[in-house]
Write a protein that binds this ligand. Structure first.
Ligand code: UN1
Length: 499
């Protein structure tokens, strides 16, 4: 099957005519289809189409733009099972999680559809009589959205829905590992009635298509989710162009388990956090920071359960852990495991899984390292796979210091029954998201999502803060005094003069 770009309301091939295959990570022989391998000329066509569509789209009242998102949410709801299955085939996450990913897209439609009737500004009293001031949110123009493969439906909706309801037009560049999910999303937007040019889809590699989009002078705002390394590059280019950019980057998230914690709960949390989505979430639990008094019991149980997790094609609902996204990721995870073997003690996993039906896929065994020191590379660097590093501590202060002692600050978690300890952690953990008695994953789309330090550049997705990314503030003053009133001057008497 052959897929196309969507530019200016038409399905078109890459101008070069080149394509690339989209493969199922659970079975590399299964090709979902060929997608256009686009170049800068295709990006330019898409940005021009979006630019042309902008003046009319920004004039559509925001509540009407919101209604289009509600219709998209209804279509996604109707097609949920079909899209979830397509996602499992394309990205590998098990079906239950794929359904959750589509549901997150649906929820995002409800949140931002409703925003069409809010998009609040504010008013404040003027310092002068007969003068009023208030603010409105104005759209920016063409938004370039570069999305990752790990949440192939949810993340494109996190970015495109608020961009659209604010009145921007969009060029979406999905990850080349998951082009099909974005194709399906664009089909839903078309069915909902999106006007030509308002949403454009350009497939291809990050180095070519992503770079061309970031460098395009008419793509006035860029939203990117991916690695900190690429985020730094984007930031440098966009900085020189004075272009707004929102970056959602790496994580090295940890779960703290104190000696008074409910260990059954902490066990379920760490298994879900570390091995859900095969560890391929920005928010995955990559470190377990455990109090030494409960270390042996908890780690013993984690390893026993990790060994039993059932790997396989996510379309078979008996399977609990799907594959990594591609062979390159298998190699990258293996490299970290080799480093880890020199730094710490491997308790389980540590190798790809290639027996029987698994040999055609990119499967990797859930892996646990114990005795990891805070300075070890596997304690500090993002691995993006099913690898958990266990660090042992003796107090709450030590646990918090250990958790904060990394370059990233996305998500953190603490399991404790001590309310005071929980509140200290909420205050001291230097991450954008903090969970108490819950794993590091499980963010909801109407709350801010993002992190501190190298996890981003201060912006947040989700919730209301996303509108700081996709709108410009416009301040309006109306003077109805009928004379020139000079702010800061005419409401003051000169010093020394009697009133
Ligand atoms: C990500 O971690 O890459 O919080 C996104 C969660 C999801 C979104 C995660 N709702 O796990």
């Amino acid at each position: 099957m052959s897929f196309l770009n969507f530019i200016g309301g038409r399905w078109v091939p890459a101008k070069s005519g080149r394509t690339f295959p989209d493969r199922n990570p659970a079975n590399q022989d299964d090709v979902i289809g060929e997608f256009p391998s686009s170049g800068p000329e295709d990006v330019d066509a898409a940005v021009q189409a979006a630019k042309k569509a902008f003046p009319a789209w920004r004039k559509v009242p925001a509540p009407r733009r919101g209604e289009l998102l509600f219709r998209t949410g209804e279509i996604l709801t109707r097609r949920k099972e079909e899209i979830a299955r397509a996602m499992t085939r394309e990205m590998g996450k098990v079906l239950k999680e794929a359904r959750g990913d589509v549901q997150e897209g649906i929820d995002t439609a409800w949140v931002h559809g409703g925003e069409g009737r809010r998009l609040h500004g504010y008013s404040a009293p003027s310092e002068l009589p007969n003068k009023a001031g208030w603010t409105v949110r104005a759209p920016i123009g063409v938004a370039g959205l570069i999305t990752p493969w790990n949440f192939p439906l949810a993340i494109p909706t996190w970015k495109s829905f608020p961009a659209l309801v604010s009145g921007n037009t969009v060029v979406l560049k999905p990850a080349s590992d998951t082009p099909h999910c974005s194709h399906l999303l664009v089909e839903c937007l078309i069915e909902a009635g999106i006007p030509p040019g308002v949403v454009n889809l350009v497939h291809g590699g990050g180095g070519t298509v992503g770079t061309a989009l970031v460098r395009h002078p008419d793509a006035r705002v860029i939203s990117f989710t991916g690695s900190s390394e690429v985020g730094r590059e984007i930031s440098a280019v966009a900085g020189r162009m004075l272009k707004r950019v929102s970056l959602e980057l790496g994580g090295k998230n940890a779960q703290i388990v104190m000696d008074d914690a409910d260990l059954d709960l902490a066990l379920e949390g760490v298994l879900w956090g570390a091995f859900g989505t095969t560890g391929q979430r920005c928010t995955a639990t990559s470190r377990l920071i455990v109090h030494r008094k409960v270390h042996d019991e908890l780690v013993g149980r984690v390893v026993a359960r990790a060994k039993k997790l059932r790997l396989g094609d996510g379309l078979d609902e008996k399977n609990e852990v799907g594959p990594l996204i591609n062979r390159e990721r298998v190699r990258a995870v293996q490299e970290y495991v080799e480093i880890g073997k020199k730094e710490a003690k491997l308790l389980c996993g540590g190798a790809p899984a290639g027996e029987g039906a698994l040999k055609k896929g990119c499967f990797y065994r859930p892996t646990v390292f114990d005795g990891v020191k805070p300075a070890a590379r596997i304690a500090r660097e993002e691995i993006f796979g099913p690898v958990l590093s266990v660090l042992t501590v003796g107090s709450l202060d030590e646990a918090i210091a250990c958790l904060n002692d990394v370059e990233y600050g996305l998500s953190s978690s603490i399991y404790t029954r001590d309310v005071n300890a929980a509140f200290v952690a909420m205050e001291e953990l230097d991450t954008g998201i903090v969970y108490v008695n819950a794993p590091t994953i499980g963010a909801e789309c109407h709350f801010p999502f993002g992190g501190t330090k190298s996890t981003g550049n201060g912006h947040r997705e989700g919730g209301h803060p996303i509108y700081e990314v996709f709108t410009e503030w416009k301040t309006i003053y109306v003077d109805y005094s009928g004379r020139l009133q000079r702010a800061q001057i005419d409401n003051r008497k000169a010093p020394g003069r009697k009133r």
